[in-house]
Structure formats: structure tokens, C-alpha cells
Ligand binder design. Structure first.
Ligand code: SF4
Length: 452
């Protein structure tokens, strides 16, 4: 029986499929959800859902319809795995929506298997599929590797000299890592090879481009398809460098909020709470160390994981970190973080139509912008059919962000006393994509000047 899953990026899904193979699972990622999936989802789900529900449920149905047409007995051949709930938002109703829509669409016996994300961190969950620690650690490793490859891809792609060179590298990198995961051979060795291959991609990091941080609701910020109007790829076409969020931040967040809730419960059973807290702290440390180990094997070029404590501290004056649901306080925390740590010139927050938690955090972002001064922020709602409207809102801010990146580059030139001629000469010498740049400025081009 094949295990269907989806909702992440192509890099994550390729590597997850490879990582669970040695455990005996044949995992098959669903195609990236598109507007046809949204249409099917709307037809078979209850009214009034948020659009990630429609996209993901519709995407599963679209796949099953196709397989049924091809003559497959889908209820016998596939099972679908999804996370069960992430707090008090509509995500908690996904499982019911899947079951209802499958029944309506003529697949009453199709199996949907859910696991609880928060419990997955520490407990084993029995069911038709075995979600034990080995399973989750394999998936987590694959997710981290996918994050790091995506991070590198978006750092390099906007500056490539030969069109398509970064895409070829990414394909090759995923192949090397998938092979290592499948065979159980050294992932670190594979990562070092991935880095070596990146050095063959030629770039011009001296072109000032604005960095645009994509944040917002989990599905909307992560998907690479119609669910966010292919935002990252479009930003590159528009002359920007997208900064995408690693899924690792979400996993780290789950550990962090679980620690918060254990601390709050500590007055009832102190000993039990202390034990659980220590276990969570150890697990959190393990996760962060693993991410850092992989990141360093890639030469330290991808961004390090953000500190959850800092995210919560930055968000706290505006959004209580104990409010669960969706991305919780992280949307606000990431906005402040991006400005304070010079991660981006512009922050774009993507909200799916009908999302409750995103609407809440959107309500305070105006105050965050006012307090941060210098922050360029735009939030766009993704409905599936208002692409031109959403993109024109981003374009207006992108124009200002381009100005900021150019000004920063010129300022860096003056501060470093560099002439255009010297920079041009250096750009030939410093054309390797795998170069790790210092992080003094927001713009990649300004940071590259520090190497001249
Ligand atoms: S966070 Fe928003 S969009 Fe995502 S599942 Fe919850 S309600 Fe829906």
C-alpha cells in the first residue's frame, strides 16, 4: 500500500519519501495543489472553510479521481497521512473534512491516517501506520535537509549567470541526499558534495536586489503553487531575492509552546512537569544541533534557525505567545526579527482566505510597523482568484524595497571605500555560488562588498 502525503515543498517531499523507504514505507507525495484542487475542494467540503482546507482536500481528491480513471482500486492501493491538529483553528477540522469529502466523492472506505504534531515530538502513536520515534526522526532529518536546500536555492537563483544552473544543481542535490537517506549512508558526506557542486554555479552577487521575507500562515507561506500565487518564483522574476521560512522553525515552535504549557501546568504535578520539561529541552537541543550540523556541512551559507525565545520576546508586546492556533505569535515575531536582524528589506505576509489566526495577527501588524519605523510590510490575502490584486499590492512595496537595497549598496561602497572598477574586477574572482557572505547588511550585494 502506498502512503500519500503532501503540503510541503518539492524538496521536502522528495527527501521525506527517501527517508521513510528504509522503514518499509512507500511514500508518494501528491502534486503541488493548484486552483483545480481548490475548485474540487470547494465542491466537496463544507462551506466556510479556510482555503488551505480546500486546496489540500481537493488535491487529494483530484489525485484519486485520476487514479480511478486509470483503473486503479484507490481504496486498496493508497492511504493518506496528514497531521491532525495544530491548535484551535480550522486545522483541527481537517480530518473530518477529508472524511466527509472522500465519502461525498465516492471513496467512503479510503483510509486517512492522522498523527498529532505536538505529541509526535515525545510520544509514539499506534495505528494502521506505526508513528514511532524512528519514523519521526527520519522525517525530521529529511525536512531539515529540504529546508537547507531551499534556503540555498533562493540565495543563489536570483544571482545566477547562466539561467537554469541553480535548478540543475538543486535537482542534483536532492538526488544525492535522497540516495544517502535511502541507503543509510553518510548524510554529512552527501552535504559536503552538494556544497562542492554548488561551487560550480557562477553568480554575480554584486547586483543589488531587495530581500523579501515571505511569512504568514503555514500552508500559504510554504506551498510552491497557486496557494500563494507561486510567490517566491515570481519575486525572483521581479528582481528580488525571496527569503523563505524553514519548516524547522515550525517544529522548533511546537517544542517551544509545549514547554510553555508544561510550565503553566507545573503547579499541579511538579515532578511530572520537571521531567517532561527536561525531556523537551533535550529534544529541542537535539533538533537545533542537528540543523546546525547540517548547515555547517554546507559551509554555513544557509541562515541559522531563529531563536524561539527571541521570536516570543519580540512578539509579546503585540501578541501573547500563549495564544495558540495557526502560526500563533510567530507571524509578528518574524516580522520584528526580520527588521531587527537585517534579514530583509520587505516582509510579505501571506494570509489564506478565511484564516482566523492570521486575521488576528494582521490586526496588530499596523502597530508593529509604526513602532519599528523603517519596516516595509505588506499582507496579502490569497483567495485563489485575486492574483493580479495581490501581486500589485506587493509590487508597490517592492518598488520601495528596491530603492532601499540600492541605497544600502551605495552606502556600503562608500563605507568600504570601493570603486566600481575594483568591484567589477572582484566580481570575476568572487563568482562562486557557494561563497558564504558576511551578514552586516540586509542586501546580499552589500554583504558581498565586504569580501572585495
Ligand atoms: S492557520 Fe488559518 S488557514 Fe491555516 S488551517 Fe488554521 S484557520 Fe486554516
Amino acid at each position: 500500500m502506498k502512503v500519500l502525503f503532501g503540503g510541503l515543498t518539492q524538496a521536502h517531499e522528495t527527501l521525506i519519501s527517501a527517508a521513510v523507504k528504509p522503514l518499509g514505507y512507500e511514500a508518494l507525495p501528491l502534486p503541488t495543489p493548484d486552483n483545480e484542487a481548490l475548485r474540487i475542494g470547494k465542491e466537496f467540503c463544507n462551506k466556510g472553510q479556510c482555503n488551505p482546507t480546500y486546496y489540500t482536500v481537493g488535491n487529494l481528491l483530484k489525485f484519486l479521481f485520476k487514479k480511478r480513471e486509470e483503473g486503479l482500486e484507490v481504496e486498496r492501493e493508497f492511504v493518506f497521512v496528514t497531521a491532525g491538529s495544530c491548535g484551535p483553528c480550522r486545522f483541527g477540522m481537517y480530518e473530518a473534512e477529508y472524511r466527509r469529502a472522500l465519502k461525498e466523492a465516492g471513496f467512503p472506505d479510503f483510509k486517512v491516517v492522522t498523527f498529532e504534531q505536538a505529541r509526535a515530538l515525545t510520544d509514539e502513536q499506534e495505528g494502521p501506520l506505526r508513528f514511532d520515534r524512528r519514523f519521526f526522526l527520519s522525517v525530521i532529518k529529511a525536512v531539515f535537509l529540504g529546508d537547507l536546500i531551499n534556503d540555498l536555492y533562493y540565495k543563489v537563483k536570483p544571482y545566477e549567470l547562466k539561467e537554469g544552473a541553480t535548478d540543475l544543481w538543486k535537482e542534483r542535490a536532492l538526488g544525492l541526499l535522497a540516495e544517502a537517506l535511502e541507503r543509510g549512508s553518510s548524510v554529512l558526506k552527501a552535504l559536503r558534495r552538494v556544497k562542492r557542486e554548488l561551487s560550480a554555479v557562477r553568480v554575480n552577487y554584486f547586483t543589488p536586489k531587495p530581500k523579501v521575507k515571505i511569512t504568514g500562515e503555514f500552508f500559504a507561506q510554504t506551498t510552491e503553487g497557486d496557494g500563494n500565487y507561486r510567490l517566491a518564483a515570481w519575486l525572483i522574476e521581479e528582481g528580488a531575492e525571496p527569503v523563505v521560512e524553514p519548516v524547522a522553525t515550525w517544529i522548533d515552535y511546537l517544542v517551544f509552546v509545549r514547554q510553555l504549557s508544561v510550565k503553566e501546568r507545573a503547579f499541579k504535578d511538579r515532578l511530572k512537569a520537571v521531567k517532561e520539561l527536561l525531556a523537551l529541552k533535550a529534544f529541542g537541543l537535539y533538533l537545533r544541533s542537528l540543523y546546525e550540523l547540517y548547515r555547517r556541512a554546507l559551509g554555513g551559507k544557509p541562515d541559522p534557525l531563529k531563536s524561539q525565545k527571541k521570536l516570543a520576546r519580540y512578539a509579546e508586546p503585540y501578541y501573547d505567545p500563549r495564544i495558540a492556533g495557526g502560526e500563533g505569535h510567530m507571524e509578528v515575531g518574524k516580522h520584528v526579527y526580520a527588521v531587527k536582524h537585517k534579514l530583509a528589506h520587505l516582509v510579505v505576509s501571506v494570509k489564506p482566505f478565511g484564516c482566523m489566526p492570521s486575521t488576528q495577527s494582521d490586526g496588530v501588524q499596523a502597530k508593529v510597523v509604526e513602532d519599528l519605523k523603517g519596516s516595509l510590510f505588506v499582507s496579502v490575502e490569497t483567495t485563489g482568484d485575486a492574483e493580479a490584486n495581490a501581486k500589485s499590492r506587493v509590487l508597490m512595496k517592492l518598488y520601495e524595497a528596491k530603492e532601499l537595497a540600492r541605497e544600502e549598496y551605495e552606502r556600503a561602497k562608500r563605507e568600504l571605500n570601493l570603486t566600481d572598477r575594483r568591484i567589477e574586477e572582484a566580481s570575476k574572482r568572487l563568482a562562486r555560488a557557494d561563497l558564504s557572505l558576511p551578514r552586516r547588511y540586509a542586501a546580499t550585494a552589500a554583504n558581498a562588498l565586504l569580501l572585495v
